[in-house]
Design a protein around this ligand. Sequence first.
Ligand code: ATP
Length: 452
Amino acid sequence: MVAENMDELVSLCKRRGFIYQTNEIYGGLQGLYDYGPLGVELKNNLKSSWWSSMVYERDDVEGLDSSILTHPHVLKYSGHEETFTDPLVDCKDCKSRWRADHIKDNLCPSCGSENLTEPRPFNLMFKTNVGPVDDGSNFAYLRPETAQQIFTNFKNVIDSTSRVLPFGIAQIGKAFRNEITPRNFIFRVREFEQMELEFFVEPGTDEDWHEKWVEKRIEWWENQGISKENIQIIDVPKKDLSHYSKKTIDIMYKFPHGVEELEGIANRTDFDIGSHTRHQKDFQIDSKVIKNEDSVTKLAIQNKKTNDWVIPFVIEPSAGVDRGVLAILNESYRIEKFDDGRERTVLALKPHLSPIKAAVIPLKRNNDEIVEKALDIKRMLQSLKLGRVLLDNSGNIGKSYRRHDEVGTPMCITVDFQSLDDDTITVRDRDTMEQVRISCDEAPNYFQKNLL
Ligand code: ATP
């Protein structure tokens, strides 16, 4: 089961501390959101799962964490200055602005007027001034994708790791796009995170690698709890391809507002690496133009057998963290109704994604012995380093269960008078609501087995 509409998710996120609107006390900033105490855990867990699968579980990928502010030449020669635009349409009556491809039947979506301007290109990149002089010449862009900083570090990484093709560089980080109409909660925002891999391959092997990566990425989303029936795979039509792409497969997900892109897997050919190699000649440092052919860093790699220099082709699986969080929240949300009329909300998250792995609940909040025992159990479980374990001493066990079901805590542990006598605890499973009594000695194994 999934959420019936976006409002259910937005309300749960705010109520339970997953996601808040940025600067809400001042009226908010459109297209920007903050992750609260539980949201930050869920987001970090999703990113760790991606990092494990892309870097730790492979032997052919290195990691990177590069700067957000980007030299204008990088985004000039990547083609973004010229082509990273959306067609913008103004409504002359109500003054609202729209992306041309979001307009139906030539009518303003806000007031219904036909009085619209012709579409004109609007560049989505944010610019900012660098240094104390604000005369328009010392500016940098906030990166619109993490990929370009991977390309500009290509040579650094091969020089320091002696990698040969095929190999990849993975990065997770913020990207910024001045979206014309941010909307649908965290689906389309102006500041978001991407999980990107640039996988460098011998030209000619790119199409095979592209197929392999599409398969691998679908499998990964399924392991995060995304069900097959809510995924659609789209071969992006030639006319809609980005300027750098020879072929792109989009993994589309059935979000509460409709089927839209969750991740794109592009064959970027040698477009970026080739362009950055060709265009370094006339770069500028501190207002001086350097014109020196010798200064060109060849973003190429030497084939160890033939000694030929190769400009690799690049396969890029690029996933949005925020869209991932939204898809996972949607996928795991359910309302269960019981025969007696009661109902409960459950977030059936995979345990590796759950913000809280276990809640330890003392049955009597004012009994020092029980609370101390519960604290011992919390510390013991926390030391297993499986993620956050919480001592929940709110005093009402029924309410605690309901709260933890709603935020996806896989297990609730109660400590009672019997625990003091025989060193046992009760474990309640979120999904089945079944309870088992186990001894404290067995607890570490039990949790390791059920939470990983
Ligand atoms: P869309 O067509 O939906 O605008 P895109 O094709 O421009 O997306 P890409 O450039 O392929 O997106 O970016 C890779 C991934 O980054 C997307 O699949 C998406 O998950 C994420 N992403 C892109 N733009 C946004 C945004 N404005 N808000 C949140 N996530 C985004």
